[in-house]
Design a protein around this ligand. Sequence first.
Ligand code: FMN
Length: 197
Amino acid sequence: MNIDPNEIGRKEAYSLFTSVIVPRPIAWVTTLNENGSTNAAPFSFFMGVTSYPPRLAISASSRGGIPKDTAKNIIRTEEFVVNLVTKSNVEAMNITSVDYEYGVDELLKANLSTGESEKISTPCIKESPVNMECRLEKIVEIGEPTNYLIIGEVVLFHIDEAIYSEGVVDPHKLQSVGRLGNPLYSNVNDIFRMERP
Ligand SMILES: Cc1cc2nc3c(=O)[nH]c(=O)nc-3n(C[C@H](O)[C@H](O)[C@H](O)COP(=O)(O)O)c2cc1C
């Protein structure tokens, strides 16, 4: 069958699109609110952009015509942290996806502890084994209503030594969680090896 996205509604297009690009890694983004508290929210429109220097991108849609708190904070502070979602912190991640009022400390709401960043002021999430401190490089506004494609440079990786060996993170130990079509998620537990031809 063929489906023309212009002939289905916005909601249907979202459901279809997010069910075909799977599994998606989840950027669990912390940002600084104006009152100094920490905002946290998951974004599965998330990808690496370049590896040297490492740059990554997330895409945040707008809510009621205004940027989500994450985008609002990044526009103001020009920094953010991408924390990774794993089997052990996935429920807390879900709590931080709630649309809390601006300024609410979402780490407190999800019973998470604040970790200190070194190169930026935005805190990271201690319960995540990988935190990437990012400085904003560029924001591309796209679509109607506006979506914010946020590109940042990773200026520091914090990696739990228990999951790290010889320059890489062991996926068996990381236990990262992927997002499928709403409300489905996947664990990474069927890992195989294939060399380049
Ligand atoms: C697993 C997961 C992935 C999500 N991915 C995105 C995304 O890529 N883009 C987006 O705009 N919203 C996404 N959301 C919804 C936001 O997390 C949600 O709107 C959140 O309240 C935004 O928080 P903020 O206003 O504090 O930035 C996702 C939600 C979940 C649970």
